[in-house]
Ligand binder design. Structure first.
Ligand SMILES: Nc1ncnc2c1ncn2[C@@H]1O[C@H](COP(=O)(O)OP(=O)(O)O)[C@@H](O)[C@H]1O
Ligand SMILES: [Mg+2]
Length: 462
C-alpha cells in the first residue's frame, strides 16, 4: 500500500527542516514576547498612549487658560511629560505654521481619529528648543520626539515621551528576534543535518570495512530514498565482487585439484623411464609440481575458510607463536606491550605471522618480533584510526632491492636450489600478504643498512 505521505527523501528532509526551524523560531519569539512582556511588545500598543493624549487634550481644552499649565503638569506621567504653550508663544506660532522644529510632520491618520484634530510629531535640537522656548530637557536625550496638539484657542499642548530608549528598544527587539530565529534555526538544522549525515557516515564506514574485509556483510538499508539507493547500489556491487572473487577462487582450486590426477599418472609412467638420470629429474619435477599444487590447494582452502572476526589479544597470539618455536628449540624474543586487543581473524593472522617467522628461520636467522601501538593521526578522517605495527626482524642476507615486491608473487623464490632444501614453494609471503590485506593492512619488506630483513606489518585498528 502506498503511504499518503511523500517518501522519505532528502528534499523532504530539507523542507521539514526549514518548516521545523520556522515553527520553533516563531514559537520562541511568541514565548519571549509573552515572558518579556511590554518591553518586547510592538509600538502598536502605544495606542494606550494616544488614548491618554486624546483625553488629556480634550480635558485641558475646556479648562480655563490659567489652570492649563497646572493641569498639564498634573497630567504628566512617567511615560510622558505634558506642557502647555499659549497661542502667542514662539513655539505655538511655529507649530501653527508647521515649520520650525526639525522633522515636523502630521501624526499618521490612525491615531488622529479619536483625537478629532490634527496633531504634529516633531523632534528638536537644543538650538530649536532655545529659539522656540521649548521647555524640555533636550540635552539629556539625543533625539527627543514630541507630539503637538492644538487647542481651540490656538494654544498648544506638547507631549514629550520620556522613554527615549524606544528607538533602542525597537532595535533590540529586532536583534533579539533575529538572534532567537538564528539560534533556533541553527539548532533545528544541526539536528537535521546530523540525521542526514549519519547514514552517509555509515555508508563511508561500510565502504571502508569492505576495503579491509572483503567478506563484510551488506549495509542495512535505511535513511532517505536517495541514500537507500546508494546503499542498494553499494550492496549490489559488493555482492557482485564477492561472487566474482568466489568464482575465480573456485575455478583456480578446481584446476589445482584436477592437476593432481595427471601428476600421479606422470609419476607412475616415470617408473618406466630407462635412463636413471632422466628419471631422477622427472621425479624431482613431478614432486615439485605436486608440492606446488598442494600448496595452492592449501592456499585456496585457507582463503575459503570463513573465519569469523573476533576481538582477541594480538600480543598473546605473537607470544604463542614464539612459544611454539621455543618447543623446537628456537628462541624468538618478543618486545612490546603484554596485551594488545585487536579485531580480526586470529587463525589467519597466526598463519601470516608464522609464515614471516618461518621465512626468517629458513632463509635467514631466528627473528625478533616487535609490536607497537601507533596512535591515530589528527588528520583526515580515514587516518583517524590508530594501528598496530608488528616488525619481524632477522639478521640474514636480506632480499635484493629489485626483488622486494616480487617475493610476494605466487611461487616466486629467490634461490631455487637453496629453497629446494628448505622446501617452500613460494606461497608463504603471498598467503601472508593476502591475509594482512584482508585486514586492511600491509606488509613492507626492507633491508636494513647493517644487513638483515625487516618485515613490517601494519594493521589498522577499526
Ligand atoms: N627473511 C628472509 N630473508 C631472506 N629472504 C627471504 C626472507 N623471507 C623470504 N625470503 C625470500 O622470499 C622468497 C619468497 O618467500 P615465501 O613466499 O615465503 O616462499 P618460500 O616458500 O620459499 O618460503 C623466499 O623463497 C626467499 O627467497
Ligand atoms: Mg616461506
Amino acid at each position: 500500500m502506498k503511504s499518503p505521505w511523500p517518501q522519505d527523501t532528502i528534499a523532504r528532509r530539507f523542507a521539514l527542516t526549514i518548516m521545523a526551524a520556522v515553527t520553533v523560531a516563531a514559537t520562541l519569539s511568541a514565548l519571549a514576547v509573552s515572558f518579556a512582556g511590554s518591553w518586547l511588545s510592538s509600538p502598536a500598543n502605544e495606542a494606550g498612549l494616544f488614548q491618554a493624549v486624546t483625553s488629556i487634550s480634550h480635558a485641558i481644552d475646556v479648562a480655563p487658560p490659567e489652570m492649563r499649565p497646572t493641569l498639564a503638569r498634573a497630567a504628566s506621567t512617567k511615560l510622558y511629560e505634558v506642557d502647555w504653550y499659549d497661542a502667542a508663544s514662539p513655539l505655538a506660532v511655529a507649530l501653527d505654521r508647521e515649520s520650525g522644529p526639525e522633522d515636523i510632520h502630521p501624526l499618521p491618520s490612525p491615531w488622529l481619529e479619536a483625537l478629532g484634530r490634527r496633531a504634529l510629531v516633531f523632534t528638536a535640537t537644543a538650538a530649536d528648543a532655545g529659539r522656540l522656548g521649548l521647555r524640555a530637557d533636550v540635552g539629556t536625550h539625543p533625539r527627543p520626539r514630541f507630539l503637538g496638539v492644538p487647542l481651540r484657542d490656538g494654544s498648544w499642548l506638547v507631549y514629550m515621551a520620556r522613554d527615549w530608549s524606544r528607538d533602542l528598544v525597537r532595535l533590540s527587539r529586532v536583534a533579539i528576534t533575529l538572534v532567537l530565529l538564528l539560534l533556533s534555526a541553527a539548532a533545528v538544522s544541526l539536528i537535521a543535518a546530523r540525521q542526514l549525515s549519519r547514514p552517509i557516515e555509515r555508508i563511508a564506514a561500510a565502504a571502508r570495512q569492505f576495503g579491509t574485509d572483503p567478506k563484510a556483510p551488506p549495509i542495512i538499508e535505511s535513511g532517505p530514498r536517495e541514500l537507500r539507493g546508494v546503499i542498494q547500489a553499494f550492496n549490489d556491487m559488493q555482492g557482485q565482487i564477492q561472487k566474482f572473487v568466489g568464482y575465480r577462487t573456485a575455478m583456480l582450486a578446481a584446476i589445482s585439484h584436477d592437476l593432481r590426477t595427471p601428476l600421479t599418472r606422470m609419476r607412475l609412467r616415470g617408473e618406466f623411464v630407462e635412463d636413471p638420470v632422466q628419471q631422477a629429474r622427472l621425479f624431482r619435477d613431478v614432486d615439485e609440481m605436486q608440492a606446488m599444487v598442494d600448496g595452492a590447494l592449501a592456499f585456496f582452502r585457507d582463503d575459503a575458510d570463513e573465519e569469523a572476526v573476533t576481538a582477541f589479544d594480538l600480543a598473546g597470539l605473537l607470544t604463542t607463536i614464539a612459544d611454539e618455536f621455543a618447543d623446537q628449540g628456537i628462541t624468538i624474543p618478543y618486545t612490546g606491550p603484554p596485551h594488545a586487543v585487536y579485531r580480526g581473524r586470529p587463525f589467519a593472522l597466526k598463519r601470516a605471522f608464522t609464515n614471516l617467522i618461518e621465512n626468517a628461520i629458513r632463509h635467514a636467522t631466528p627473528p625478533t618480533v616487535t609490536l607497537e601501538e601507533v596512535p591515530a593521526h589528527n588528520g583526515a578522517a580515514q587516518d583517524a584510526r590508530g594501528m598496530l605495527a608488528i616488525t619481524v626482524r632477522d639478521d640474514g642476507p636480506g632480499i635484493p632491492d629489485d626483488a622486494l615486491d616480487q617475493v610476494f608473487s605466487p611461487f616466486f623464490r629467490l634461490d631455487r636450489s637453496r629453497n629446494r632444501v628448505t622446501g617452500g614453494v613460494g606461497l608463504g609471503l603471498t598467503a601472508a600478504l593476502a591475509i594482512i590485506r584482508a585486514h586492511g593492512g600491509d606488509i613492507i619488506l626492507s633491508n636494513r643498512p647493517g644487513g638483515g630483513l625487516d618485515a613490517r606489518v601494519t594493521l589498522p585498528v577499526t
